[in-house]
Ligand binder design. Structure first.
Ligand code: IPM
Ligand code: MG
Length: 351
């Protein structure tokens, strides 16, 4: 049966990195059906919405969706519900991809590109499992209201149900079982009610189904500190939407470049996954052919493995990326001089 991948290039460097994914996909799996739709600011400019109903509907029926990046200064003044980012949040919510898997892997060849010392990051291999469809990103009420006397009040709501916590924690425990057998659950149970519930639910689930996995609770601020102090103590970190957003950027930088990190957002088994490079739209270098396409290419690798049923091709692709890096392929973020297209060429050559 033909499998279908929906590409959403989006904004900024998104179209450039997705173009390289397209070339790699063509070479690796000629029969994979590739579709494409406008997304984010590009969709807003073209059709008045950051994601159309048709794109959302299609995203729910294909086998996997791969996004480039969204947002940029051009849309900074747009109303919140029309912002490019709102399109991404809507897509995550409607696809019900509640578990965002963000690996941070330090390739040996790149340990010196990290801002931390080689001995601290070399061999780093951790995964952040970020809750993606709940918490303060979606909680109601929210808004900015006038409270008189020239004053305003801004409100966001952090909210989690037991089920939302359990299902993402389950993903983390399952993953840890196949890796180092250790889960750190990060929250702020010392000050937040949602943090307390988070800790209780994770503890219960662990005792009931995952006693073979080692569980550590860690306060999110301490987790941020430990990530730069001794990152290799971690295996899998499970955390909420906002902490996960922040901690995954931090973890990304440990590896030498955010330009290298892929992510997978997954829902219930059998539903299409949403794959995204962790980097943003990088407006400062957009359109110049300078962006590193590896995060997008590695996101495709995760899609092959987790949604498209082709672990064999995923293995070949990750080996090709490693070979390209070992042979010295470097975009500017990695201290080299290659452009987007040349890095794509290096991966294709290694394939
Ligand atoms: C991310 C990004 C998004 C987020 C933005 C673009 C909405 O920072 O995927 O980490 O905050 O989730
Ligand atoms: Mg982020």
């Amino acid at each position: 049966m033909t499998k279908t991948l929906l590409l959403l290039p989006g904004d900024g460097i998104g179209p450039e990195v997705i173009a390289e994914v397209r070339r790699v996909a063509r070479a690796l799996w000629p029969d994979l059906a590739l579709e494409e739709a406008p997304f984010g600011g590009a969709a807003l400019d073209a059709g008045g919405e950051p994601v159309s109903d048709a794109t959302v509907a299609r995203a729910k029926t294909v086998d996997a969706v791969l996004m480039g990046a969204v947002g940029g200064p051009k849309w900074a003044g747009v109303a919140r519900h029309l912002r490019p980012e709102a399109g991404l949040l809507r897509l995550r919510k409607e696809m019900e991809v509640f578990a965002n898997i963000r690996p941070a892997l330090c390739f040996a060849a790149l340990a010196d590109a990290s801002a931390l010392k080689r001995e601290i990051v070399e061999g780093l291999d951790i995964v952040i499992v970020r809750e993606l469809t709940g918490g303060v990103y979606f909680g109601e009420p929210r808004g900015i209201e006038d409270i008189g006397g020239g004053e305003k009040r801004g409100v966001d709501t952090q909210v989690y149900t037991s089920n939302e916590i359990r299902r993402v924690a389950r993903v983390a425990f399952e993953l840890a079982r196949k890796r180092g057998g250790l889960v750190h659950s990060a929250e702020k149970s010392n000050v937040m009610e949602t943090g307390l519930l988070w800790r209780e639910e994770v503890t219960k689930l662990h005792a009931a189904d995952y006693a073979d996995v080692k569980l550590e609770h860690i306060l999110a601020d301490n987790c941020a500190m430990q990530l730069v102090k001794a990152p290799r103590q971690f295996d899998v970190i499970v955390t909420d939407n906002l902490f996960g957003d922040i901690l995954s950027d931090e973890a990304a930088m440990l590896t030498g470049s955010i330009g290298l990190l892929p992510s997978a957002a997954l829902g219930e088994a059998g539903k299409p996954g949403l794959y995204e490079p962790v980097h943003g739209s990088a407006p400062d270098i957009a359109g110049q052919g300078l962006a590193n396409p590896l995060a997008a290419i590695l996101s495709f690798e995760m899609a092959l493995r987790l949604s498209l049923g082709r672990a064999d091709l995923a293995d070949r692709l990750s080996a090709a990326v490693k070979t390209a890096l070992d042979k010295g392929a470097r975009t500017r973020d990695l201290g080299g001089a290659m452009g987007t297209r040349e890095m794509g060429d290096a991966v294709l050559a290694a394939l």
